[in-house]
Design a binder for this molecule. Structure first.
Ligand SMILES: [Zn+2]
Length: 240
């Protein structure tokens, strides 16, 4: 029996042993440990990213369980970040997993992300995504946006100053009016899996291919080849 846990993955020609070794040198920061972030962190730990921080100041609530697979009823009331650290570290002891029980703010974001090779969006907040986007462009850190609403999910990899940024598309992303975002339980796992694919590709130097929209109810995949907005207030060169 092979003791190489990544054997089946290194057989993938797009990745190979070299790609696997490269992933082991990378540091990913997952902001948000809920439906999207917990699934993405889980996949990235299993796929062998060298080091992963998961940042979330929230506790597990019973209403989280329909769309997450790492948490159980026993975890209700406990820190999402610390539970994720404990569970995911036991999945792969070769990866360094750190749960950070903190709220991300404009004051502390740089200290939290400064060593990141990639940032994974597990938030459900447009203002927080704009803050991540701002720091990403300022410090040239790629990130992978993902969002879910009802039965529709979106994913977009962002390479600062090379691909459209979140601000370039922000006017097309509706800010949810409802206090609680409606979401089909299986949707975050689906979208987080796509987000994890995009993360691996970004880390291996593959250029993102635009905004992907998946409507599970109508079984419809769409990729929008969005162009950078030259007047974008965050990544644009021109002024209006
Ligand atoms: Zn932009």
């Amino acid at each position: 029996m092979s003791t190489d846990r990544y054997r089946r993955q290194t057989l993938v020609k797009e990745l190979g042993q070299k790609g696997q070794e490269l992933l082991a040198t990378k540091h990913a920061i997952v902001i948000g440990g809920g439906g999207l972030g917990s699934h993405s962190a889980n996949l990235l730990v299993r796929m062998g990213i060298g080091s992963i921080d998961i940042i979330d100041d929230d506790i597990v609530d019973i209403t989280n369980l329909h769309r997450t697979t790492v948490f159980s009823e026993h975890d209700v009331g406990k820190s999402k970040a610390l539970i994720l650290q404990e569970r995911l570290q036991s999945v792969n002891t070769k990866v360094r997993v750190k749960g950070i029980n903190q709220k991300v703010t404009s004051e502390n974001i740089w200290s939290l992300i400064q060593h990141a090779d990639v940032i994974i969006d597990g938030t459900d907040s447009v203002p927080l995504r704009l803050l991540i986007n701002d720091k990403s462009i300022q410090h040239n850190i790629p990130w992978v946006y993902a969002g879910v609403y009802e039965t529709v999910g979106m994913v977009m990899g962002i390479l600062p100053k090379k691909t459209p940024c979140f601000q370039c598309i922000a006017q097309d992303i509706p800010e949810p009016r409802a206090q609680e975002i409606p979401v089909l339980g299986s949707l975050p796992a689906t979208i987080a899996a796509i987000q994890s694919n995009e993360t691996i590709k970004l880390l291996l130097g593959r250029q993102p291919a635009g905004l992907l929209i998946y409507d599970v109810w109508n079984q419809c995949f769409d990729t929008m080849d969005i162009k950078r907005n030259p007047y974008c207030t965050m990544c644009g060169k021109k002024k209006k």
